[in-house]
Design a protein around this ligand. Structure first.
Ligand SMILES: C[C@](O)(CO)[C@H](O)COP(=O)(O)OP(=O)(O)OC[C@H]1O[C@@H](n2ccc(N)nc2=O)[C@H](O)[C@@H]1O
Ligand SMILES: Nc1ncnc2c1ncn2[C@@H]1O[C@H](COP(=O)(O)OP(=O)(O)OP(=O)(O)O)[C@@H](O)[C@H]1O
Length: 274
């Protein structure tokens, strides 16, 4: 079976409190973005075997750190009858880029193994397993625009319609480790909630829909700020860094295809233009 794990962007991201368990309370709006990896899982005849292979963009870390491998391991621990499988991942979403690609792979692996192994896990069980793999993972079980709080796992679907916009997504090739990015911040409760701000017209988001990571990442990596300025100069109605960076996205009227030139090693994608 083949599935296509997609990326996400954060529409606003506020870090509100440091918790005692090493995580932070946050609020954000997750929005799925049609940029995809490809994930194939097939049953193997040999009992007890497991294979993982990948191609495309590099994934940092050892095999056992890969979130697809971890997803298989946590299910296998609870369901020893889970069949042996071969996993193949074609990586197109850059890792550690604020696009949640690794988290998407993890949650799609859980969903696929649930089907393939006939585990009959409920959505709630899938959400619980996915949270063990990462704070962003539960969103990819739901995979619809969601207002999120807690570590990112308290999810409430929101009706927002961005179909009038095209997205330009630019990754300047800088890897920002998420844990480190959290350590650069001083949490604070915002006056206005993203739950309300998200329903303002997109033209009003520029000064109010804030990603708390942006300032500290831009200080350390000025290229990120330059990409955001470039998107606004090119006609973006709204531009922001996603997650803990370094990817920056811009929303444009989808009948106007902006021509944007970036250095050769940057990754740029146009989504949803007519
Ligand atoms: C920045 C976001 O992408 C926003 O969507 C997410 O909060 C990050 O989610 P993620 O990549 O799935 O993060 P995890 O793998 O759960 O955690 C990585 C590290 O980030 C920090 N972390 C993560 C999420 C959270 N709510 N508080 C945290 O402090 C912790 O130090 C943790 O050890
Ligand atoms: N299948 C995978 N794909 C990508 N990264 C993976 C994978 N498995 C493990 N990882 C590790 O997870 C880390 C973060 O992955 P991910 O791409 O989800 O981060 P991110 O884009 O920064 O997301 P976030 O928005 O959650 O910060 C990577 O740096 C990588 O070391």
């Amino acid at each position: 079976m083949v599935v296509f794990p997609n990326a996400k962007i954060n529409l606003g991201l506020r870090i509100t409190e440091k918790r005692n368990d090493g995580y932070h309370e946050l609020e954000t709006c997750f929005y799925p973005l049609p940029v995809f990896d490809a994930l194939e899982i097939i049953r193997l005849p040999a009992v007890g075997s497991f294979r993982f292979n990948s191609s495309g963009l590099d994934i940092a870390g050892e095999l056992q750190d890969n979130l697809c491998v971890k997803a298989y391991s946590i299910l296998k621990a609870d369901f020893p009858g889970l069949p042996p499988v071969s996993v193949f991942l074609q990586k197109a979403i850059p890792s550690g880029a604020g696009l949640g690609g690794g988290s998407a792979d993890a949650s799609f692996t859980l969903k696929l193994l649930n089907q393939l192994g006939g585990l009959n896990l409920s959505v709630q069980q899938l959400l619980d397993y996915s949270l063990r793999l990462g704070s962003d993972c539960p969103f990819f079980i739901i995979n619809k625009p969601c207002y999120a709080t807690g570590r990112g796992e308290v999810l409430e679907p929101v009706a927002i319609d961005l179909s009038a916009f095209g997205f330009v997504v630019i990754n300047p090739g800088i890897h920002v480790p998420t844990g480190q990015a959290f350590s650069w911040l001083t949490p604070a409760k915002p006056k206005e909630s993203i739950r309300d701000l998200i329903h303002l017209p997109v033209e009003k988001w520029k000064d109010v829909l804030i990603n708390d990571f942006e300032k500290s990442v831009v200080t350390r990596h000025p290229e990120v700020g330059q990409v955001k300025d470039l998107l606004y100069r090119s006609g973006a109605v709204y531009a922001s860094m996603s997650g803990s960076g370094s990817t920056v996205y811009g929303l444009f009227p989808n009948d106007h295809y902006p021509v944007i030139s970036v250095p050769e090693h940057y990754l740029i994608r146009y989504i949803g233009f007519k």
